[in-house]
Design a binder for this molecule. Structure first.
Ligand SMILES: [Zn+2]
Length: 78
């Protein structure tokens, strides 16, 4: 229980006020860097799968030769 200005707030009320932020992390297939899917500016689709990139240069590299990166993804890419 928390007490604020003499008012008792239950833990249930506190938890309802908690904003849950889900951040989906993925990997950049070109350089293996960490990418946050939400709000990612650099994406590409290939064979119905969406890929995310950390910088514009990685997106460009992928789009120029997607087959290479599909068959030879960065070791960090999962
Ligand atoms: Zn990258």
């Amino acid at each position: 229980m928390l007490s604020f200005l003499g008012v008792k707030y239950s833990e249930n009320l506190i938890s309802k006020a908690t904003v849950v932020i889900v951040i989906i992390m993925t990997k950049d297939i070109v350089c293996g860097g960490d990418v946050t899917e939400e709000g990612c500016d650099w994406t590409a689709e290939f064979n119905g799968k969406k890929y995310y990139f950390d910088v514009a240069g990685c997106q460009t590299s992928f789009e120029m030769n997607p087959g290479h990166y599909i068959t030879h993804p960065h070791p960090n890419y999962k």
